[in-house]
Every structure is written in structure tokens, then in C-alpha cells.
Design a protein around this ligand. Structure first.
Ligand SMILES: Nc1ncnc2c1ncn2[C@@H]1O[C@H](COP(=O)(O)OP(=O)(O)OP(=O)(O)O)[C@@H](O)[C@H]1O
Length: 944
């Protein structure tokens, strides 16, 4: 940068560069006394277009610049006891568009911050300001010259307000917000705030950010677009404030910038003639800064006591508040308002927009109609903007007049919101009026310069907003954290005194042991029950078996009384008769008897059978197995009975046959006599006819007799069939007897009857010689069967008395069965008693089991409750330990809150960040000693 002796600018460093710029700007003269006190010259020397666009935050060399920035800046104001509003003019370079349309710069700046019009190349100084920035000056320099001090004051408890004022496209947004390459006042202020926090370890801060816009005189929340049409309210506690405005606790630079970006995205922007992205609303970005001494600050004497100590310049010498006990730590709460105003625009310019964007002829009317409503909207926007800016100008004008009776702050929302900053008990105001040097906008620029000049005359008191009561949020957090710390200590002490986990685990252990014991008892009961069930089943099986035996024993009695012996269990039972030699013997014996037609033989066979049976009855072998013998006797008795019946029938038949035989003999005799008579008749005719008649009669008689004989023979065959059936029955009986032998309680079978009788079976029951020689009776099977039947009859009439024998063994058998029945009944009775007793035991055990189960459930429920309680205690403990760890790990071990802020911001979402920030503040406050005066009253209006 070059400058001549007058300070007229000759540098080509501005973006426009060239001769025109040299014609506009003059190098300011450092010697001229027009510059307000405050190192403006030094500020100017630091900046420049290059340095301003470096993108480096202006606050970075914050401490290094402190001496420069504060040196004598406010000395003049200090003499008045008031701070004048800092007013700066910022020219922007001619835009490309302006140069293209032939605009030239018609304003010039002197080094003494004087601005004046250029007339035929001559500069006529007209207005003087605190700061005037040429077109090539970057945002960093503007920040240092205008905003840095305001932010510094805000951090020390003095309200600060910075706003940009100017016509549209003059560079307000560029100044306040900037861009990525050249951050504006807002991002630089954020960086400075956190920079200062980082450099003040003895302090604690709570930052909150809110963003709102005034669009068409309607207040909207930019951080929460759902909150619209907010109302401005006033109360004694909070003063003028926006009701329902969202305030976000800010944790870091990035956090704040992200929130501001959100608000920026929500603001109303539109395209106008002069600006593609023109702001159509006033944007208020507000930081609420609460500062407090750390509660547990031990090395307070080494650390700077407040911001002014650290800054060093002390623009407003505040008497240091007497430091009381640690509870009376000073706490301040201040607001830093950063305002980007909407740009005023003439209706002509708006109309130009509409006309310029017109379409072809065919759509002209339609488009004009549509666009006229749009233009109306735009005009309305413009009128609202202009009205509020006009009100601001009026307010500034009135305030600049020392005797102004009434200042119309309420005429617009903008002035209403700015009222505390402009008139309040403590405020530092900086106004950056952005202007363009373009000739086509010389009038607007002139108006802005007039506005700035009036604003320069406003005087605002600056005082620190110290809050000594508990209404501040930071104080609440401090108290809450202190309370939490106390709780933590109590819990820790309790835990150390009686280890919580051990207690709970002991309870758990007892419960588990009880449960285990109960489970064991249950299992034992279950086993015992199973055992009882098994015993019961065994008893039942035994009863069934015995019952079966009883039934088996009673069956022969029925058989004896009702007919042929046929035990029910044998009807369905197949067995191999050939396996039983006794059965085979009897079968063969009987078949031989049946086959032998000889009456003598039959009689002999039957006698042998009876004698054998009798012999068995009288031999000692009978006693070897009473059951067997009894059953054997029963079977034999049956056979005898049936034999007797057969004998009776056979006798009847024999008598009948004998009668028939006699009749046949008579007939034969008659025939023979008739034959003799017929020979005699052949000799005489009369005798022949009588003889033939008699012959025919006899012949007829003979035929009748033959018929009768055939009937008798048929009857014989029937009887033979019955005999065969009886044989079959006899075989079956023998089979049953053999089966009884085989079932004879595991004892040996008696010897075959034939062998005991001492005679070979073939000899006894073999066919008789008469039968073998072919006697008439043996010629047919019928006669043989008849003979067999007759022999059985003979056998039935033997001298052994079957009735007597049968009765005796029946009695024996009955007694035995009765005895067994009694014994079995006794057993059954005993078993039933045992069953009843076991059932009673089972019922009582069931009750006991249910009681134990109920106890188990109750114990499980208690255990569950205790477990939940344990979990809760553990979670609480973990939570408190986490807090403790944070306290000890992060804060006490040296990690600064700023680093923690960054860490939290990087790791968490926005919502979580807010929550954590609150927690963090609590924790941070908890590490400081309690401060504040509890006697002051607090209002809940300050709740976030
Ligand atoms: N000092 C400057 N140096 C370089 N470019 C600038 C400067 N000031 C403004 N501009 C440019 O001028 C254009 C308009 O600026 P900006 O949007 O900040 O104007 P504005 O006053 O905010 O307008 P409006 O009131 O319509 O919102 C932008 O493209 C911006 O980059």
C-alpha cells in the first residue's frame, strides 16, 4: 500500500485496482487529529485486502493484539463517562456489473476517516467516522477495527451490539457473515469468544445462541422454523425479550457455526436488481454470555480476575467489586447482538426487476398479471424493510439529539429489539455502514453516510451487568452440580461404608441358596412320588395277578356245576398238545378205546382208566401237588360224568336195537314159513294164489322192516358222531389238564397214568382179537363206535364211586381255594390300606409342594425386585461414577472445557450435544467453589 503525504490512497491493492481506485481512495494521514482515539491507525496498518482475505480468524492473535486494540481507544469517551457508538463506514469495491455499466466511484476517503464526495477530482471532506474502510479492506481488518472490542466487552458482562446498515448490495451480509474464504464478523466473534474462554481458566462460561429474523414486521425463530410470529415482551426480570425464542447452548466454535448456518439457511433471501441473494429480512444473531468465577478456583491470585485485567486497556474503568467469600463470586450475564439488516431498495429498482424478467408477447399479459402479484409482494417486503430502516434512522436521529423528548423505539420491531442496546444500562454498539462508491447509487450512499453521522452522535452508557442473585442459569447449574456432587459423595461414602454390591450379592446368594434348597427338596419329593407310584403300580400289578389267580381258581367250580370244564383263559389260548406227554398218552389211550369196538376191550380199557384214576387218588404221589391232583380229579370226574351219560344213551339204543333184532328175527321166521307155504302152493292153483298174496304181504313187511333198520342204523351213525364229539371234548379236557400240569406252579408233572398203572398202553387199549378177526360188529365204523360207547357205559358202572371221590376232592379244593381267597383278600385289603395311606401322604406332599412352589415364586419375585433394585443402583452408581470420572478425568486432569466441548461436538448429535453441554456445565461448575449471594431473588423467566 502506498500513500502520499496527504494520505490519499494510491494503492492498487483493492479488487478493482486501477486508476479509478487511486482517484477514489486517499491514504489517510496518521498525523491528522480527526481519528478518534483508539489506535485506528494501527488497526489500519494491520489489515489490508490480502490479510483480510487470508481467512485467518481475526481473533487468533487475540492476546497479542490486546495492547494495540485497547490503547487509548476510549480515552475520549472515558472523559465523558460514556461510550459513543462506534460507527464505521465500509466501502465495497465496484462490482463487475457496475463497472460494466460505466459506474465510477464518486466518493473518497481520507486517512483521518473522513468521507467526502469527489467533485472533478477534488475531495471534499464532509463526514467523519470512527472507522472508514476502503474497498480493498478485508473482513479481518473490519473485525479488528469494529467488532473485537465489542465482543471483548460482552465477555466482561457489557451488552454488545454490532449491526450492518446499508442499501441493498452494499455489502452488509458480506461484512457480517462473509464466506468461507473471508469469514465475517459473526464467525470471527464466535471464534473470539471461544478463544477468550480458552484463555480464562479461572472463569466459567455458559453460552447460548438464538437467531431470529424480522420479516415484514414478523418475528420468526431461525433455529426453529416452527416458531413464527414471536412476540416481544417486557418484564422487570428479563426486560425486553422475545417470548418463545429458542436458545441453544453452544459448546464449541463448530457448534455455534453449525447453528448459525442453520439459521442462515432459514432466512428469507430473494433476487433483486442489485443483488442475486438479497436479504429480505433483518437477522439478529444473539449470544447470551454468562460468566462466573470457578467455584473451586484455588489459584485465583495468579489468574486474571476478569476480562478487563486480561485485556489490559480497560476502556471503562470499573471499580473492582470487593471480593467476598467464595460464595459471592461475581457472575455476569450479557448479550452480544450481531445484526445483519435487510437492505433498503427503491420501488423503482423492484419494478425494474419485474419488468426486466418479462416474457414473450403471447404470454405477456398473463405473465404480467402473475408477476404483478409477485411484485406487490416484493414491494411490500421493500416497504417493510424501508419502514423499519426509516424508524431506525429516526431513532438514531432522535437519540443523536441530546434533548429529544421521545424516541419512537416501538415504531418497529427492529428498533424495539435494539432499544436495550441503544439505551440500556450497559451497552457497547458498533455500526458498520456499508456503502458503494458507485455513481449510480451516490444518493443512497449519501443517505447512509448521513445516517452514520447521526449515529455517531449517540451516547450509550457502558456498565457491567453483574448479577449477584441466583437467577442466572449458570448459578442454577452450579447449585445443581454442587447438589449432585454432594449426592455423589454421600453415595460414595455409603458404598465405602457398606459395599453395596457385596450386600446385594449376599442377599442374592442367600436367595439362591434358599432356591437351591427348595429345588432339592422338590426333586426329592418328586423322586419319592415316583417311587410311590412305582410301588403302587407294583401293588396293583400284584393285585391283578392275584385277582387273576382267584378267577382261575373259581373257574373249575363253575365248570363243575355248569358243564364241561372249559376255563376262559384257555379258549383263546393256543398251545401245542404234543409238547405234553401226559396229554399224548391220554389221547392215544382214549383213541384206542374209541377204536376198539369190543365191549370187553372197552370195558377193560375203561376199567383200566378208572383203576388208574383211582390208583392216583390213593397213591402217595397225589400229595406232591395238591392243586394239580385236584384239577386232575376234576377233569376225570367230568369224563366220568359224560361217560355215564353216554352209557345211558347207549343202553337205550342197545335195548332198541335188541327189540328191532327180535322183530327182524320174527320177520325172517315168517318169511321162511312163507317160502315153505309157497312151495306147497305151487303144487295147487288155489294154494298158489293165497301164497302169492301172503308173499306180497310179507314182502311189504320186509320192506318196512328194512326201512326201520336203516333208520336204526342212521341213529347209530348219529350216536357215533356224538361219540366222536365227546372224544374231541375229552381231548380238549385232557389238553386243559395238561396245561394245568404245565402251569402247576413250576412243579414236575406227574407220571403218565398208563405207566403208573403198570401196563403198556398198547396192551391195555389195543384192538381186541374179535375186532381184528372181523366180527359183524366191527364190520362198520358205526358198530365200532357203538361198541366203544357201550364199553364206556361199562366203565361208568365200575365199582369205584366217582361221586364220593369227586365230593372229597371238591371239598378239599374248595377249602384250599377259600383259604387262598381269604389270604388274597387279606393281601388286597392290606394293599388297599397301604394305598389309602400312600394317597394321603401324596396329598400332603402335594400341599407341601405347592407351598414350596409358592414360596419359590415369592422368593423369585423378591429376587427379581432386588435384581431390579440392584440394576438401578448399579446404573445410578455408574452414572455417578461417569460424572466422577468426567470430573476427575477431564477437568481435574487438565483437559480444558474447550477441548471437551470439541470432543463432545465431534462425537455427538446436536440434541445430545445440548444435553451434554448442560451436563458439562454442571460438571464444570461443580469443580468450582460455590459462589453467589443466595439472598438475591430469582425469577423463573430465565429458564432456557
Ligand atoms: N467489501 C467487499 N469486497 C468484495 N465484495 C463485496 C464486498 N462487499 C460486498 N461484496 C459483494 O457484493 C455482493 C453483495 O453483497 P451483500 O450480499 O453482502 O450485500 P447486502 O448489503 O447484504 O445486500 P442485501 O441487503 O440485498 O442483502 C456480494 O456478491 C458480495 O460478495
Amino acid at each position: 500500500m502506498m500513500a502520499d503525504a496527504r494520505g490519499r490512497s494510491r494503492d492498487a491493492a483493492g479488487p478493482s485496482g486501477g486508476d479509478s481506485r487511486r482517484a477514489i481512495f486517499r491514504r489517510p494521514s496518521m498525523e491528522e487529529p480527526l481519528s478518534p482515539p483508539g489506535g485506528l491507525g494501527s488497526s489500519r496498518s494491520v489489515g489490508g485486502p490480502q490479510s483480510g482475505r487470508s481467512g485467518r480468524p481475526a481473533h487468533a492473535p487475540f492476546q497479542a493484539r490486546q495492547a494495540q486494540a485497547g490503547q487509548g481507544h476510549d480515552s475520549g469517551n472515558r472523559s465523558r463517562g460514556k461510550d459513543a457508538v462506534t460507527v464505521a463506514i465500509r466501502f465495497r469495491p465496484l462490482s463487475k456489473k457496475e463497472r460494466l455499466r460505466g459506474d465510477v466511484a464518486v466518493w473518497d476517503v481520507d486517512d483521518d476517516n473522513t468521507v467526502g464526495p469527489l467533485s472533478r477530482g477534488n475531495f471534499k471532506p464532509k463526514y467523519k467516522y470512527d472507522q472508514v474502510f476502503r474497498g480493498g479492506v478485508g473482513n479481518a481488518e473490519v473485525y479488528q477495527g469494529v467488532a473485537e472490542e465489542v465482543v471483548r466487552k460482552a465477555m466482561s458482562g457489557i451488552n454488545g451490539t454490532i449491526f450492518a446498515y446499508g442499501v441493498t448490495s452494499s455489502g452488509k451480509t458480506h461484512t457480517m457473515m462473509g464466506d468461507a474464504d473471508e469469514p465475517g464478523i459473526v464467525p470471527q466473534a464466535v471464534a473470539q469468544v471461544f478463544d477468550m474462554i480458552e484463555n480464562m481458566p479461572s472463569k466459567e462460561f455458559l453460552l447460548r445462541l438464538s437467531m431470529m429474523e424480522i420479516y415484514n414486521e414478523v418475528l420468526n425463530d431461525l433455529l426453529d422454523p416452527t416458531r413464527t410470529n414471536l412476540k416481544i415482551r417486557t418484564n422487570s426480570t428479563r426486560g425486553i425479550h422475545v417470548d418463545g425464542l429458542k436458545e441453544e447452548v453452544v459448546l464449541s466454535v463448530e457448534h455455534a457455526l453449525s447453528l448459525i448456518a442453520i439459521g442462515e439457511a432459514n432466512r428469507k433471501v430473494a433476487s433483486t436488481t442489485f443483488n442475486e441473494g438479497s436479504s429480505r429480512s433483518h437477522i439478529l444473531c444473539r449470544f447470551c454470555i454468562e460468566v462466573s468465577d470457578k467455584l473451586d478456583q484455588d489459584s485465583e491470585d495468579d489468574a486474571p480476575e476478569d476480562v478487563d485485567d486480561m485485556i489490559g486497556d480497560g476502556p471503562v474503568p470499573q471499580p473492582r467489586a470487593p471480593r467476598g467469600p467464595r460464595e459471592d463470586h461475581a457472575r455476569t450475564m450479557s448479550y452480544l447482538n450481531l445484526i445483519d439488516l435487510a437492505g433498503s431498495e427503491s420501488a423503482k429498482a423492484t419494478d425494474r426487476v419485474e419488468i426486466r424478467s418479462g416474457a414473450g408477447f403471447s404470454f405477456r399479459k398473463m405473465l404480467q398479471k402473475a408477476k404483478s402479484s409477485k411484485a406487490r409482494g416484493k414491494r411490500m417486503e421493500g416497504s417493510y424493510i424501508n419502514k423499519s430502516l426509516l424508524t431506525l434512522g429516526t431513532v438514531i436521529h432522535k437519540m443523536s439529539e441530546s434533548r429529544a423528548a421521545h424516541v419512537p423505539f416501538r415504531d418497529s420491531k427492529l428498533t424495539r429489539l435494539l432499544q436495550p442496546s441503544l439505551t440500556g444500562s450497559g451497552a457497547k454498539v458498533a455500526i458498520v455502514c456499508t456503502v458503494t462508491p458507485a455513481s449510480t447509487q451516490a444518493e443512497e450512499t449519501h443517505n447512509t453516510l448521513k445516517f452514520a453521522s447521526r449515529a455517531k452522535k449517540i451516547q450509550v452508557k457502558t456498565s457491567r451487568n453483574e448479577i449477584m442473585d441466583d437467577k442466572s442459569l449458570i448459578r442454577r447449574y452450579q447449585l445443581e452440580i454442587a447438589d449432585l456432587k454432594r449426592q455423589l459423595e454421600v453415595l460414595t461414602m455409603q458404598r465405602e461404608a457398606t459395599p453395596m454390591d457385596a450386600t446385594v450379592s449376599n442377599i442374592n446368594k442367600d436367595m439362591e441358596e434358599q432356591l437351591y434348597t427348595l429345588r432339592e427338596r422338590l426333586e426329592e419329593e418328586l423322586r419319592a412320588r415316583l417311587k410311590r407310584d412305582e410301588d403302587k403300580a407294583a401293588l396293583e400289578a400284584r393285585i391283578n395277578r392275584l385277582t387273576r389267580l382267584i378267577l382261575h381258581s373259581s373257574a373249575p367250580q363253575e365248570g363243575l356245576s355248569l358243564g364241561p370244564f372249559k376255563p376262559s383263559h384257555l379258549r383263546s389260548r393256543s398251545f401245542d398238545a404234543t409238547l405234553n406227554p401226559q396229554y399224548r398218552l391220554l389221547t392215544s389211550d382214549f383213541s384206542r378205546v374209541g377204536d376198539n369196538p369190543s365191549e370187553t376191550c372197552l370195558s377193560t380199557g375203561a376199567s383200566q382208566l378208572d383203576s388208574r384214576l383211582f390208583t392216583r387218588d390213593s397213591t402217595s404221589t397225589f400229595g406232591c401237588d395238591s392243586n394239580y391232583v385236584l384239577m386232575d380229579r376234576g377233569v376225570e370226574e367230568l369224563i366220568r360224568r359224560e361217560n355215564r351219560q353216554l352209557h345211558e344213551r347207549v343202553n337205550l339204543m342197545a335195548e332198541e336195537m335188541a327189540a328191532n333184532q327180535r322183530r327182524l328175527d320174527e320177520i325172517k321166521a315168517m318169511l321162511r314159513s312163507s317160502a315153505r307155504s309157497g312151495q306147497a302152493l305151487n303144487t295147487g292153483s288155489s294154494q298158489t294164489s293165497d301164497g302169492e298174496l301172503e308173499m306180497s304181504v310179507l314182502q311189504a313187511d320186509r320192506e318196512v322192516l328194512q326201512d326201520t333198520l336203516s333208520g336204526v342204523r342212521g341213529e347209530n351213525r348219529r350216536l357215533l358222531d356224538e361219540v366222536v364229539k365227546l372224544k374231541v371234548q375229552l381231548k380238549r379236557v385232557k389238553k386243559e389238564r395238561d396245561y394245568l400240569y404245565s402251569e402247576g406252579m413250576g412243579q414236575e408233572q406227574p407220571e403218565p397214568l398208563a405207566r403208573r398203572a403198570g401196563a403198556p398202553a398198547a396192551q391195555v387199549f389195543g384192538p381186541s382179537e374179535e375186532a381184528q378177526s372181523g366180527s359183524p360188529m366191527a364190520s362198520s365204523g358205526v358198530d365200532a363206535a357203538l361198541a366203544s360207547t357201550c364199553s364206556t357205559t361199562v366203565c361208568a358202572s365200575s365199582e369205584v364211586s366217582p361221586a364220593r371221590w369227586s365230593g372229597s376232592y371238591e371239598n378239599t379244593m374248595e377249602d384250599d381255594v377259600q383259604a387262598r381267597l381269604v389270604a388274597l383278600e387279606h393281601q388286597v385289603h392290606t394293599a388297599m390300606e397301604e394305598l389309602v395311606r400312600k394317597d394321603q401322604q401324596l396329598a400332603s406332599q402335594r400341599e407341601e409342594q405347592e407351598r414350596i412352589q409358592m414360596m419359590g415364586r415369592e422368593v423369585a419375585r423378591q429376587l427379581k425386585g432386588l435384581s431390579q433394585e440392584n440394576e438401578q443402583i448399579k446404573a445410578e452408581h455408574a452414572h455417578l461414577e461417569l460424572q466422577n470420572n468426567r470430573l476427575q478425568g477431564y477437568l481435574l486432569d487438565g483437559m480444558s472445557p474447550e477441548e471437551l466441548n470439541k470432543l463432545i461436538y465431534n462425537l455427538t448429535t446436536a440434541a445430545e450435544r445440548v444435553r451434554l453441554s448442560v451436563q458439562l456445565r454442571k460438571i464444570q461448575t461443580a469443580t468450582s467453589p460455590a459462589s453467589g449471594n443466595d439472598s438475591n431473588k430469582e425469577s423463573s423467566d430465565d429458564a432456557v
